[in-house]
Design a binder for this molecule. Structure first.
Ligand code: 4AD
Ligand code: MG
Length: 437
């Protein structure tokens, strides 16, 4: 079927008779003419079937096609200014490839539970494939940016012997005779080894958190990109993050405008996402919460040393027209590997990047590069030093200051596309109450 023309390219074939292959998304039939909208993934096109112009069986088939029937359509490409792609197809033949009796998803409103149960089919809906195309664009843009900056992709393991982001949310599994293994919460510890070998590296893959959170921002399996660079300090880390995110957002605005429009996203707001981003400290963030919390008491102030909750993050991020960094959190609420601020050791050189009206999309830090301090932190966190021997070795042999960050792909896709819930930012979401399909 190498002769099939992709719908997105039909415009280059005006006046020619071509064949396309795809799925019926919409049918309107009135007497002697019917209009079949066909989707092939690249775009959609309206195919016009005129009774007098085709075999009788072809017209009968076309006029009664069920939604999501797969077809091969032959027809002449005609310029048509009123249609979205600028063309329509004057049909001369239509063959059914795969029937689709009683397709379960119709135009009528379905409940979220029903749609989730039919995720394998829900993905064919226009809003869902717009989201998937934005996701693909985000992933491609990230890789393009990092490669241009000299980063080497360094794939890290998913089965790991130890925790990296706290022990409360680990997925454990028996690993033969070697005890428990855990699904990686992050690839960070391993990219640090890669960084000492290659200077600038990143990993990009699925990560796992057995989090009992049921929010619109949490998955138990999510994809993360984690760049790590030698000799990069905290300030350099923030710069890399704002450069990368601006690049990714502007790339989506440029190449996925149609999808963003279909989703109803405010594109001007995205156009404002340009580096540099504002920076505030954790202390300033607490102050801002006190100042801006609504009078009805719905958002509680945060005591120094407590973590910010989702409502706090949203409130803070709403005060800015582009993403904002919150830096220097108290050491005691952050991971064991973060470098203390030399001027104020009770806080660490870390940052969370909050997207406007949304909340955290990126987390990063400068890492401890001193072996003794790192060992002390591992012990203070009650972690088994034995399992971190290799990680401590990185500080024993040619240690250098270094930093990195983790960007959650689904969080970024959710924010850029303006979707209501993170379950729509990944093909098959894994959540507290869902593992099917
Ligand atoms: O802030 P986190 O936990 O940072 C790390 O894992 C570091 N090791 C990263 C690094 O420095 N290399 O997670 C990073 C990002 C968050 O900002 C968020 O975007 C995303 O990962 N994330 C989640 N996304 C969806 N569901 C969850 N349960 C998530 N937990 C974190
Ligand atoms: Mg975080």
């Amino acid at each position: 079927m190498h002769d099939l023309v992709s719908i997105a390219h039909l415009r280059e074939h005006i006046g020619e008779t071509v064949r396309i292959g795809g799925w019926l998304t919409h049918l309107r039939s009135k007497g002697k003419i019917c209009f079949a909208v066909i989707r092939d993934g690249s775009a959609v096109v309206q195919c016009v079937v005129v009774k007098s112009a085709v075999d009788e069986t072809v017209f009968e088939t076309a006029a009664h096609l069920p939604i999501e029937t797969s077809v091969i359509v032959t027809g002449e490409v005609k310029a048509d200014d009123r249609s979205p792609g600028g063309v329509e197809l004057g049909v001369s033949d239509l063959q059914v490839v795969g029937a689709s009796p009683d397709y379960p998803i119709s135009k009528k409103e379905h409940g979220v539970a029903f749609l989730q149960e039919h995720r394998h089919l829900w993905l064919r809906s226009s809003r869902q494939h717009a989201a998937m195309r934005i996701r693909s664009e985000v992933e491609a843009a990230i890789m393009e940016f990092l490669h241009a900056e000299g980063f080497v992709r360094f794939d890290t393991p998913i089965l790991t012997p130890c925790a990296a982001e706290g022990t409360s949310n680990l997925f454990a599994t028996e690993y033969f005779d070697l005890g428990e293994a855990y699904l990686a919460q992050t690839g960070q510890l391993y990219v640090e080894a890669g960084m000492m070998a290659l200077g600038k590296v990143y990993c990009f893959g699925p990560t796992f958190r057995a989090e009992k959170s049921k929010t619109r921002r949490h998955l138990t399996e999510f994809w993360m990109v984690e760049p790590e660079a030698a000799f990069m300090d905290h300030a350099g880390n923030l710069e890399l993050q704002e450069q990368m995110l601006s690049f990714v957002v502007q790339r989506c605005v440029e190449r996925r405008r149609g999808d963003l429009e279909l989703l109803g996203r405010d594109i001007e707001a995205l156009e404002r996402v340009q580096a540099p981003f504002p920076r505030i400290t954790y202390d300033e963030a607490l102050e801002l919460v006190r100042e801006k919390a609504p009078d009805d008491g719905s958002i509680e102030p945060v005591e120094w040393g407590e973590d910010l909750g989702a409502p706090h993050e949203v409130l803070i991020s709403e005060q800015f027209d582009r993403p904002v960094f919150i830096e220097k959190y108290p050491a005691k609420i952050k991971a064991f590997y973060m470098q203390p601020d030399p001027e104020r050791p009770e806080v660490v050189l870390c940052s969370d990047l909050l997207a406007p009206g949304f909340g955290e999309i990126v987390g990063g830090s400068e890492r401890i590069h001193d072996e003794a301090l790192l060992r002390q932190r591992i012990e203070e966190h009650g972690l088994p030093v034995e399992n971190y021997r290799w990680y401590l070795d990185l500080r024993k042999y040619g240690s250098v200051p270094h930093s990195g960050f983790g960007l959650g792909i689904e969080r970024v896709v959710l924010w850029i596309s303006g979707l209501p819930h993170i379950r729509e930012a990944i093909p098959f979401p894994r959540m507290l109450y869902r593992i099917y399909p």
